[in-house]
Structure formats: C-alpha cells, structure tokens
Design a protein around this ligand. Structure first.
Ligand code: SF4
Length: 447
C-alpha cells in the first residue's frame, strides 16, 4: 500500500537540511507521497527508509515494456482510478490481431495496415502499436509460418504471440526472441511449459483465465514459478464484463494494493462488425485496458480509437502545448507577414490551419504562455507587451524580415501601443479577432 506523507515523514532524518531541494523534510515527504520526486534526492535517508519506501513506492500496477527501440511501448505503471486525480500514464497499446487461418492476402493486407497506420494528430504521431499473431488453427506448423512472415515484415513492431499450445509457442517465439514479446495464452494446464518458455526468451507472460478468481489464483501460481512480468486477461468479452473486470482489477491494485492483480490488463475485442469493434475498443481505452487487440484496422476506425486514446491519456491539469518558436508556414520569404499567437495547441493548430488555407506564405511566432489561449494568457499576465517584445527580440526574427511588422491577434489590440514602445523600430498591426478571418485578411494584404 502507498504510504501517506506523514508516514513517509516519520522515516526521513527530520533535519530539514534542504539538500533535497525542499525547505523541510515534511515538504519532501509530501512530494514523495505524490510520487513527484525520488527518495534518492535525500542523501541522508537510512537503509530502513530506503527499503520501506522502495517497497511502498513500487507502482501498484507493474510496468511492462513490449518491443525494442523507437517503437517499444509500455503498459502498466498507472497510479490512479480517475484522471482528474492524476494523469493516466501509458496510452493503451492498440494491437492488430492476425490469425494463422487467414489467407496470405489478408495477412499481407493486415501487415500493410499496420505499416501505414501512422497519422499526425495535434502534433503527436499515432499508430497501431503492436501486432498479435493468433494460433487460431491450433496447428504449430501454420503458426510458425505466420510468425516467420510477421517477424520478417514487421521487424521493429512489438509482438504478442497468442497460443495455448506450448509446442506452437516454442516454434513461434524463437522468431521474436530478444524483442520483448508477450507470450499470451498461459493457463492452469500449460503453466509449467509456458513459464519456462517466457523465462527462456525473456518474454512477458500473458495469463488467460476464465473469471477474476481463477485469474488471481493463476497469477500467484506464475509468481511461484518465478515469473515477474505479466499481462492479465480475465476472459471478459462483452462490454459489460470488460468494464466490470477491468474496473475491479484496477481498483483492487490501486486502492487495496492487491499484488495478485497488479499487472496491465489485455482485452481481446474482436467483433464481426467493425463499428461495434471500434466501440468496444474505445470502451477498453477509456476503462483501464493496458493493451487492446482488434481484428481490423480500417483508417476511419483507427482515427476513432486514436482520438479517444489521445483524449484519455492527456493530462487534464496541463493544457496541451506546442514549442515556442517562429514557424514558417509555406515558402516564406523576407517579405512574408509575421503573426504572433500563444502556444496553446488548439490555438496553434487552428491559426496555422487558417494560414495554410490562405495559401499566403506566413511566419507564425508562437510564444510560450504555458499552454494558455490568447485572452487567458493576456489576463494572466503571460502575454504582455514586455514579454512579447522580449520574445521577439531574442528570436532574432527582426534580422530575417524586410519590414519589421508584427501582427497581433485582434483580441489583444489593447497591447499595440505599449508594444510599439517596447519594440523599437517595429510597426505593430492589429490582425483579426477570430482565426477564421485570417485567410481573407492575409489575402487583402497581399492584393
Ligand atoms: S535532504 Fe533529507 S534530511 Fe534533508 S531536508 Fe531533505 S528530506 Fe530532510
């Protein structure tokens, strides 16, 4: 169970020496309780404190990493039931299942669907993260053939090997050895063989049970066999069961510190109707699914899942931001206009989109205002004449343009006079209030 700030405080030296960068041991203890700092920052912590806090600070849901390199993905490590309490940590791993009963054409199409799934949405790269090969036939030879093909064509895509047949698993996993795959399908019958294979190939074990009681018994069994990294399938299939089981598992792990369910959940949501499948996948993303395995990856469906995932896994307490910079939109020249805005993502994407629509090459100065929109940033004293002048001067943009003119958002027209005073040699122009008026405004200037 997680320790409270006061319980942690009792374990600290209580000298208030400030070496950890906090004014008091109590302040540091409170940060530790919120998992915002590491105990290592206190050089005088006793061995007893390290042991107690180390155990207590281990995440209630063990993190697992699938795959290697840039495309590796993590699940688990979650700390909260509700994202208004704390951000959900690792976005649900969206995985496309490929069965060994499917034709070569279907297999080739699904591989292509994974490779072409990446999209850029609000500045983030989103894609189908992983592949699951499924031994639907029960035939070890057929499964091995599929494993060879997938390992060859999806080299760096994290993989889940799904079979309850240890012989089929033995053949297939050899093609993913050293790539942190998940070996899914471990149950009470094949426990010893699957545990041995997972250990031999350093795989995460996917434990499959029928119901929550059977699942906790199995997890304890695999712990006894020396397995540390697992993902859990309670056997939930319907939407109702998925919500119930995923919630009970998450609640038991986080609120009760129940280590027998302290692992990421994997949900298989195959449906014959893609719309229905997208809906159930969305439900898993919203309700604690660490990994969701789907059966088809149409682009429209991906977009639905990606958008849900992106919304669930952003921090509601931190506005989405883009980097402070001067962005060139189109083939800009020295005479292109220069607009300024704040770094709230939504503002940036709307304004830059309207500039693109105008087809007039334009520079957009995006100023760091901690992710606030223009009016909010102005009201909060973060988008002031002094700060804008400082940003523009430090950017050096004045040396790259023919006419030193800065176009302000119309909502902060009030800043134009004081900005002209602070930005010597610059002309300050008031632009449109609404982004949708930008194309007409830029075109009228160019005419
Ligand atoms: S470094 Fe340790 S002893 Fe010093 S104030 Fe921080 S927590 Fe207390």
């Amino acid at each position: 169970m997680a320790l409270t700030g006061v319980q942690i405080f009792k374990l600290l030296p209580k000298t208030n020496c400030k070496k950890c960068g906090h004014p008091t041991c109590l302040a540091f203890a409170m940060k530790l309780a919120q998992r915002q700092v590491e105990l290592d920052l206190c050089p005088d912590a006793s061995d007893e404190a390290k042991k107690s806090l180390g155990e207590a600070s281990a995440p209630p849901i063990r993190p697992v990493t699938m795959g290697q390199g840039e495309k590796a993905v993590k699940a688990g490590e979650e700390l909260s039931l509700f994202r208004h309490e704390k951000k959900f940590i690792h976005p649900t791993v969206i995985t496309l299942g490929i069965k060994d009963t499917e034709s070569d054409d279907v297999v080739a199409k699904k591989i292509g669907d994974i490779l072409s799934s990446e999209i850029d949405r609000v500045g983030q790269k989103l894609r189908i993260d992983a592949v699951a090969i499924i031994n639907e036939s029960g035939d070890a030879g057929k499964f091995d053939k599929l494993a060879v093909s997938v390992a060859d064509k999806l080299k760096d895509v994290p993989a889940i090997i799904c079979t309850s047949n240890p012989d089929a698993a033995r053949l297939a996993i050899a093609h993913f050895s050293g790539k942190n795959p998940i070996l899914y399908g471990a149950n009470a019958v094949n426990a010893d063989a699957m545990a041995a294979l997972a250990k031999e190939h350093k795989a995460i074990l996917g434990v499959k049970a029928e119901g929550l009681d059977a699942l906790t018994d199995l997890v304890e069994k695999f712990k006894g066999l020396g397995i540390v990294d697992m993902v859990l399938d309670s056997g939930a299939k319907s939407g109702k069961e998925i919500i119930e089981h995923n919630t009970l598992i998450r609640r038991a792990a986080i609120k009760k510190g129940d280590k027998s369910v302290g692992f990421p959940v994997i949900n298989f949501v195959e449906r014959s109707n893609p719309t229905h499948e997208a809906m159930v996948a969305g439900l898993c993303i919203a309700k604690y699914g660490g990994i969701v395995v789907i059966n088809s990856a149409e682009k429209w469906k991906n977009l639905v899942m990606f958008a849900i995932r992106q919304n669930i896994f952003t921090d509601p307490q931190v506005p989405m931001q883009v980097k402070q910079n001067i962005y060139d939109i189109g083939a800009v020249s020295a005479s292109s206009p220069l607009l300024i805005s704040t770094n709230f993502s939504l503002t940036y994407f709307i304004v830059s989109g309207e500039i693109e629509n105008s087809k007039i090459p334009t520079r957009l100065a995006v100023m760091d205002c901690e992710g606030l929109s223009v009016l909010t940033a102005w009201a909060a004293g973060k988008f002031t004449a002094a700060k804008i002048a400082e940003f523009i001067k430090e950017s050096g943009i004045g040396d790259k343009i023919a006419t030193k003119e800065l176009i302000l958002p119309g909502y902060v027209a009030i800043l134009s006079g004081s900005l002209e005073d602070k930005l010597e040699g610059w002309k300050i122009t008031v632009g449109p209030r609404e982004a949708n008026a930008i194309p007409a405004y830029l075109k009228s200037r160019a005419a």
